[in-house]
Structures are given as C-alpha cells and as structure tokens.
Design a protein around this ligand. Structure first.
Ligand SMILES: Nc1nc2c(c(=O)[nH]1)N[C@@H](CN(C=O)c1ccc(C(=O)N[C@@H](CCC(=O)O)C(=O)O)cc1)CN2
Length: 203
C-alpha cells in the first residue's frame, strides 16, 4: 500500500537530534564547537536560497556556519587554495562547495570538490568517500548527502522493518551521484533489488 512520507517531520527529527548531540557535547566540553564552511563561487540566485537555508538550519542547531563567497572571476587555483585553507582550519569540521560553480573561468568542479579532505566532505562527493561506498565500507564512508537523506526518510518511516531481500526499489534517474549512491545504500542496508527508470523529457 502506498504511503506518503513527511519530509518536513523527518527533517525536524534529524535537526532535533543534531541539536541535542551538540548541546550534550557542550555540556561535557564547554569549548566544544562544530564549524561548517560553505564555499560559493559567484552569486547564483538558486544557490543563494539553498545556502541561506543551510546556514539557517546550522544556526537552529548550534553549528557555526561560515559562508566563504568568492567572486565569479576567481581562478581554479584560488578556489583550490580556499578549500585547502579550510581543510587545514581546525575550527572547520565540514566543508561544502556549493554547485554549480558560477564562474567566468575554466574550473574543473570535480577537481574542486575532490580537494575537500574526505573527513570534512559532508556532502560525500569526494572520490575517496565514493570509493568506500562502492566497496561497501560504510564505517569509513560519508555517503552522498541526498541518498543519505532518502535513507533517513526510509529509516524513520519504518523502512528498516522490511524483510531483507523481499523488496524492490524503483529510482527515477536524475544524477549519476544520486542513482549510484542510492542504489548502493539500498543494497547494503536492505538488500533491495533496485530498478532504475531513465526519464527522457520531451520539450
Ligand atoms: N554542494 C552541493 N551542491 C548542490 C547540491 C548539494 O547537495 N550539494 N544540491 C543542489 C542544490 N541543493 C542544495 O544545495 C538542493 C536542490 C534541490 C533541493 C530540493 O529539495 N528540491 C526539490 C524541490 C524543493 C522545492 O521546490 O522547494 C525537488 O527537486 O523536488 C534541495 C537542495 C545542487 N547543488
């Protein structure tokens, strides 16, 4: 039977859990802090909206979010230097490079996301994290964020009570990262058979 899952409710639960975890850590260590840096190249309106929401959610739960906004004309070396300095900054525990890069230079966005330290790669987009996922090494892997969010939706909606191997999932393909990550997580966690629908938009 089909069931509608409330993303808003699950999101609230996840954020409440993070908030409680941060408050507990502060209770034990008064100087505890959790720092997230978001690197934005250029000024795309949609990216501004997504980044604004991420920063607001961080504020709500007690994460110190810092926006590092670079101009549209920043070179690839400058963007890489920025990521490298955040990798080395001990007050920053997570790094997001907001995509797409809004640039008038030639920048390899995969090279940029891949330059994030694997342990600070909260979006799970680096090759190292993708490799751990491909090998089924969930203990060492930060999974890609959107499939990870979908898994959380399934888990918090009682999905883990489903018996292993008995179910199939059908994914409407949007991006490679989403489809590969989702397929692997559904297989590793629930032993699902996954079918992928390729959607072609006719305009
Ligand atoms: N570094 C990253 N860059 C980008 C990501 C990302 O996860 N990490 N994802 C998108 C942008 N984005 C968040 O940054 C994002 C895009 C879309 C949605 C979303 O929920 N879309 C819904 C519609 C929601 C609505 O209309 O309100 C949908 O598609 O059904 C969330 C986040 C690219 N860049």
């Amino acid at each position: 039977m089909a069931r509608l899952i409330s993303g808003k409710e699950v999101s609230r639960e996840v954020l409440d859990g993070i908030k409680a975890g941060i408050a507990a850590a502060r209770g034990k260590h008064a100087d505890f802090s959790a720092g997230l840096a978001i690197v934005q190249v250029g000024d795309l309106a949609e990216s501004n909206v997504y980044i604004g929401k991420k920063i607001q959610s961080c504020k709500d739960v007690g994460i110190d979010a810092r926006l590092v906004k670079l101009s549209k004309s920043s070179t690839q070396s400058q963007v890489l230097e920025t990521v490298n300095s955040l990798n080395a900054d001990s007050s920053i525990h997570g790094i997001i490079v907001q995509l797409p890069l809004d640039t008038n230079q030639t920048i390899d966005s995969h090279l940029v996301t891949n330059s994030i330290s694997a342990e600070k790669d909260v979006d799970g987009l680096t090759s190292l994290n993708a490799g751990h996922l491909a090998q089924g090494d969930l203990a060492r892997c930060i999974p890609p964020c959107t499939p990870n969010g979908c898994m959380e939706l399934i888990k918090k909606s009682g999905g883990c009570q489903l018996s292993a191997g008995a179910f199939s999932a059908c994914l409407a393909k949007n991006t490679e990262v989403f489809c590969q990550g989702m397929t692997r997580l559904l297989d590793l966690k629930y032993n699902f058979n996954v079918y992928i629908l390729f959607l072609y938009l006719v305009r």
